[in-house]
Design a protein around this ligand. Structure first.
Ligand SMILES: [Fe+2]
Ligand SMILES: [Fe+2]
Length: 625
């Protein structure tokens, strides 16, 4: 590359050359060279790194190789499901490594911090346990780079560190050459070749804790581990204080790296972030959508146990990942990672889900209806639901205003239902506003034929129907429901469909202010004989944007015992409606407000609470069997 004879320049040249993917072997020619690693495809393997200094390094946690227009680097993803994040272990201990710089040192790295944190470590050979402070660490503290060192000159008996805090505020996603030197009398920190901080507080020989590990991409000692989220191109260590001029030259040679723009503009983003749907005792579905073709994988584990991984079979659009083989009623933790063929990537935070509980176990659920408009209300309602930490949520139709309009799903429904649907599975049913659109069927993962289905949770069976389709005797849904109800051995039976068989709405079923009105929808009304014959406990519906609870009903009248209760829970977001000017024969409780319905079941005891969008309880019933 050049013919200079200055040894240090040659080393730094080789270092410079390596950044541009030339061979760095000449680094070995310098006897002040202690350690060096290039984090590219030539040197990084599945769980190890072959350092240019000959050392064999171990990668801990999950990392990957990132590519940019100037080459490659090691991407450390920060703490995920594993809890600890990734880093590269150079040696288990200073003792084992041997030959650490004793009087002078230079440590330098091209690094990119994507998530500024406290206690950041780029190259760590430190031990900081109470008053016992030894070794040194090149790192960062929030948005400034740092260099900490402990020497005999400032030793208070068990070592005392001095931390240099650089004055340059670094930007996330940008590359910096960070260099620290110690020459026996002063410690200096350089950012992009310029002096950023210095101190003469430390002098003499460097103090080490012989048992402390040496690592790249972490601040680590015997009782602390703070891992980095960002990228590292290379790290070099010399047992000599390289001069300011040489450091400035080295930066100039590679300054093009500092001009690389972060890919935030081309970062992969979710069209629909992962959410949960249809849990059983053994399985659950996670769905997400990406705007471009991508490899999607889901990682999950129980509270105690190994991480397992499932790859989506889809290559683009909506990804549906069904997790099987789970234990009933247990919490699990999961994260979803998507990578485009171009190498852009997006990853969720660690999230959680819970499988359905077995018969005999207590549980709770939330009913919401008509989340179709008023996004701020939907967000309040879903946050109230989330605050109760229900086992699951069922949505009684009209999830969106216009089912055929994709943006209503991607921009209204899904964003406003979080964090609820990240952690609590949904069991939806179609309303009239879905318009039977394919988006509903694509976004939801439900048993065939999807427009109706059933599920079990604890001591309850749920029968989900589409009130936009025929419900009369002889219809597909009627025949299916009769068969399912007849064979159900559940202690509690609930039906969910969108339109109400009984309703006190003022004008949906005739103008009640002048009469006549049918006081409910005639299509689902045809199912009432089945509900009564097979002892359905509660029929939940939406459509009318109010809260309404009927008396227990049987044979066309209110009854004290063995009646079916009909609940309209259409207060999830749609504009509120009003009631008839008189009380129909079935009318018990009517409140026109946005709300959720929270139900808990313990054996033969059910308690239902209606809670408005400010969190206030406004209706409650209990049923005992
Ligand atoms: Fe509605
Ligand atoms: Fe509706």
């Amino acid at each position: 590359m050049n013919h200079l004879h200055n040894v240090i320049t040659i080393i730094f040249c080789s270092f410079a050359a390596s950044a541009a993917n030339a061979h760095p072997a000449t680094a070995h020619n310098n006897d002040r060279f202690v350690f060096g690693a290039e984090f590219d495809r030539d040197h990084v393997h599945t769980d190890s790194v072959h350092a240019v200094s000959g050392h064999h390094l171990r990668t801990m946690g999950t990392s990957s190789i990132a590519t940019d227009e100037l080459g490659e680097s090691l991407e450390l993803h920060g703490p995920g499901l594993d809890g600890q994040g990734a880093y590269v272990l150079i040696a288990d201990s200073v003792d084992q490594f041997g030959d650490m710089p004793a009087r002078e040192l230079t440590v330098t790295s091209w690094v990119r911090i994507d998530e500024p944190t406290r206690w950041g470590g780029i190259l760590s050979a430190v031990s900081d346990n109470g008053d016992r402070e030894k070794g040194w660490v090149l790192g960062y503290d929030n948005d400034s780079f740092t260099f900490g060192i402990s020497t005999t000159g400032a030793d208070d008996g068990d070592g005392a560190m001095t931390y240099l805090n650089g004055k340059t505020a670094f930007e996330s996603g940008h590359w910096y050459m960070v260099t620290a030197t110690f020459d026996g009398e002063s410690a200096r920190l350089y950012v992009n070749g310029k002096l950023d901080a210095q101190t003469t507080a430390q002098h003499g020989e460097i103090l080490y804790e012989q048992q402390t590990p040496i690592a790249v991409g972490a601040y680590i000692d015997s009782n602390e581990l703070h891992t980095m989220q960002g990228r590292i191109r290379n790290v070099y260590l010399f047992d000599e204080a390289i001069t300011p001029e040489q450091i400035a030259m080295e930066y100039e040679r590679n300054s093009v790296i500092a001009e690389l723009q972060p890919e935030s503009e081309i970062q992969l983003e979710w069209t629909v972030e992962p959410f949960l749907c249809y849990a059983t005792q053994r399985s659950i579905s996670v769905l997400c959508e990406l705007p471009v073709p991508a490899e999607v994988r889901l990682r999950y584990r129980p509270a105690v146990g190994d991480v397992r991984e499932i790859h989506s079979s889809e290559k683009s659009g909506i990804h549906t990942i069904r997790i099987d083989g789970l234990e009933p009623g247990e919490p699990y933790y999961y994260e979803v990672i998507a990578e485009s063929p171009e190498g852009t990537r997006v990853q969720t935070d660690p999230m959680s889900f819970q499988t359905a509980v077995e018969r005999g176990k207590a549980f709770t659920f939330v009913m919401i209806g008509d989340t179709q408009s008023n996004p701020d209300v939907v967000k309040r309602v879903s946050d109230i639901a989330w605050s109760h930490r229900p086992n699951f949520v069922s949505i009684a139709g009209d999830l969106v205003t216009t089912g055929t309009n994709k943006s209503h799903w991607t921009h209204h429904f899904f964003p406003n239902m979080r964090p609820l649907i990240n952690r609590v599975p949904i069991f939806p049913i179609l309303g009239n506003h879905e318009q039977n659109a394919r988006h509903y069927y694509e976004y939801m993962d439900l048993p065939d034929p999807e427009y109706y289905y059933s599920f079990s949770y604890g001591d309850a069976d749920y029968f989900m129907l589409d009130s936009e389709k025929p419900m009369g005797p002889g219809s597909e849904q009627y025949l299916w429901l009769e068969d399912k109800l007849a064979s159900s051995d559940a202690r509690w039976k609930f039906v969910v469909h969108h339109r109400p068989p009984y309703s006190s709405d003022e004008n949906d079923h005739g103008n009640s202010w002048l009469g006549p009105t049918t006081l409910g929808d005639q299509n689902p009304r045809q199912m009432v004989p089945l509900y009564e014959k097979y002892g359905v406990d509660i029929v939940f519906n939406g459509h009318v944007h109010v809260y309404e609870r009927t008396f227990p009903l049987r044979d066309g009248q209110a009854v004290e015992h063995n009646g079916v209760i009909y609940m309209t829970i259409g207060g999830g977001g749609g504009g509120l409606e009003d009631f008839t000017p008189f009380n129909p024969w079935f009318g018990s409780k009517k409140v026109s407000t946005h709300h959720i319905c929270y139900v808990e079941i313990v054996g033969g005891h059910l308690r239902m609470q209606a809670i408005d969008d400010q969190g206030r309880l406004f209706d409650q019933i209990e049923i005992r069997k």
